[in-house]
Design a protein. Structure first.
Length: 100
């Protein structure tokens, strides 16, 4: 999905993000992604805050290993990267579609 300007600005600016998510409270007591046409819902505000990264290029988690410039949207993605063969961890072979 394309990153609407409002989502990209909100994710990069925590105060704007807080306003966007607060404004997105739906009638069921949950939270709705404020990006038009997305429709993702959650009972937890933090889940919507994390979800908004999908709509932007905001990557707050950097590898930090010498010579590695990879960045990630989620802390769990950074953890998987650090455990990967790229940094001497256990490699998990990921097979794509059509591969055996």
């Amino acid at each position: 999905r394309a990153a609407p300007a409002v989502a990209a600005a909100a994710v990069a600016n925590p105060e704007a993000l807080e306003q966007e998510v607060r404004a997105a409270v739906d009638g069921s007591g949950g939270f709705l992604c404020p990006v038009e046409g997305c429709g993702v819902r959650s009972k937890l505000k933090g889940n919507i805050k994390s979800h908004l990264r999908v709509h932007s290029d905001y990557r707050p988690y950097g590898c930090g290993k010498e010579g590695c410039k990879r960045t990630f949207r989620w802390k769990s993605s950074l953890s998987h990267h650090l455990e990967s063969a790229a940094h001497g961890g256990k490699a998990r072979k990921i097979i794509g579609k059509g591969e055996k």
